[in-house]
Design a protein around this ligand. Structure first.
Ligand code: FRU
Length: 477
């Protein structure tokens, strides 16, 4: 059999399943030095089907070990998205000999109920592990949260709310978020709802997250809400709100709609539990518009690189900025540094190979295009359009694009930073690009499928870069 690591389009620095279908990251929890990654998984096909929780572990968020499937569908339904927590005080009583268990909180999707035309076919269940996440037992009292009759009732993200010594569940309920609370992860009380009249509503609200970030000595609450469809460049995307949470209700500081990532290929992203003040975000690197049709053969889709989230101000407004997590640097081979790269300086890296990281700094941001290409002349263009004040990625001629009519195209992200100077970080794998501009204020994630990997990069346009650094990256597989 062929080595899976050498398959066409196989990500080298991103997590992907060896075979089968994957969508959302689930149950991300840090525990005893190990980052657990569960994910929506259908092992028997490369399209979506009966959902399991696949499992992988890592000590550095970059090199992942595949683990046996953690949760299988059962008589209550498929295992949809959800979260996991360390129940430090054993509030659930599910810990062995009073020790702290890991508890997963997920959605049951009962297809039989759905077929009968019932509205309450999505409920919430829990499972626990007393061997540090290796094996999981479903709680005998499932479901722990029944459905009041809302067809879309899913993706519980649970956190410990210390001031009230209780668990808070952030749940996506069709076109809004409903907050629940519990003393023990088993008995849940409805607290409040948010969002019916605010934010983007081009589709269903899914996979939310609620956490705190500090800025200038003040803590703010951030509510992530994934939306499908209705994203800024079509299909699936992550919007967010900044405001206050008092243990019962979320109040946004303003009514603006903000997007964490403007590219078409970051979805269902949420953050790790149990990482203290550090918030590490990972998303599914695809889009429901075409995710089931992308031309990979044995598996479908990958996850984004881990990103650290922080708050940053621009033009008098607060935003959530995303930056590649520092662990990614452990994959870097020695860098090539170029000073004073003049505008229009065409080819600037002699031997360019993927995966790679590029960092560019300019004192004077003008139009530019970075063109990545291969020997077949397929190209991916990343750039900035000064008149529109937008970053963009154009994948119209990036390789195979005809598997879905919505795939080819040019996508844009507004620039929020107002300074003349800027910095850009690009993380590029064989089939994906992640752009972090202005210290992560404008972010775009894009996937692509060239007939051979890009092996050339040229600079066009009128921006000169005072410093460019290029790191080839070693494979994490
Ligand atoms: C988001 C989503 C979730 C759901 C899961 C099912 O991509 O639709 O809302 O739990 O995928 O696989």
């Amino acid at each position: 059999a062929q080595d899976y690591r050498k398959e066409a389009y196989r990500p080298q620095i991103h997590f992907s399943p060896k075979s089968g279908w994957m969508n959302d990251p689930n149950g991300m929890v840090y525990h005893k030095g190990v980052y657990h990654m569960f994910y929506q998984f259908y092992p028997d096909s490369t399209v979506w089907g009966p959902m399991h929780w696949g499992h992988a572990t890592s000590r550095d968020l970059v090199r992942w070990q595949h683990q046996p499937i953690a949760l299988y569908p059962d008589s209550l339904g498929y295992i949809f998205s959800g979260s996991a927590v360390v129940d430090a005080a054993n509030t659930s009583g599910l810990g062995k000999e009073g020790k702290a268990p890991l508890v997963a909180i997920y959605t049951y999707h009962d297809t039989a109920g759905e077929k009968k035309g019932r509205k309450d076919f999505q409920t919430q269940g829990i499972a626990y592990s007393n061997d540090d996440g290796k094996t999981w037992t479903k709680y005998s009292g499932n479901p722990v949260l029944r459905n009041p009759g809302i067809v879309d009732f899913r993706d519980p993200k649970v956190m410990w709310y210390a001031p009230d010594k209780k668990w808070v569940m952030t749940l996506a309920t069709k076109d809004r978020i409903t907050f629940y609370s519990s003393p023990n992860l088993k008995d849940w009380t409805r607290e409040s709802e948010f969002g019916a009249t605010i934010g983007a509503h081009g589709g269903v609200w899914e996979c939310p997250d609620l956490f705190q970030l500090e800025q200038g000595g003040k803590k703010h609450w951030v509510l992530l809400v994934n939306l499908n469809p209705g994203g800024p460049n079509g299909g699936s995307a992550t919007q967010y709100f900044i405001g206050d949470f008092d243990g019962t209700a979320f109040t946004p500081a303003d009514t603006a709609t903000r997007w964490l990532d403007y590219g078409p290929d970051e979805y269902a992203g949420i953050t790790y539990a149990n990482t203290g003040d550090r918030k590490v975000f990972i998303g599914w690197m695809s889009n429901w518009l075409y995710g089931q049709q992308v031309p990979t053969e044995k598996w479908r889709s990958a996850l984004t690189i881990p990103r650290d989230l922080s708050l940053a101000a621009a033009g008098g407004k607060l935003y959530v900025a995303s930056k590649p997590s520092k662990e990614l640097a452990t994959l870097a081979k020695p860098a090539t540094t170029l000073n004073q790269l003049k505008a229009g300086n065409a080819s600037f890296v002699k031997t360019f190979s993927l995966p790679a990281r590029l960092e560019l700094q300019t004192e004077q941001l003008q139009d530019f295009q970075l063109v990545f290409s291969n020997d077949a002349g397929e190209e991916l263009i990343v750039g900035y359009d000064k008149t529109a004040n937008q970053y963009f990625v154009d994948r119209s001629k990036s390789g195979k694009v005809d598997f879905n009519k919505d795939f080819a195209g040019r996508h844009t992200a507004p620039r929020f930073a107002t300074a003349k100077n800027t910095d850009l970080t690009l993380v590029i794998d064989h089939a994906s690009l992640e752009l972090f501009a202005d210290k992560g204020l404008s972010v775009m994630t894009e996937i692509f499928f060239p007939s051979s990997s890009y092996n050339k990069v040229v600079l066009k346009g009128s921006t000169g870069f005072q410093q460019v650094r290029y790191w080839p990256l070693t494979s994490a597989l």
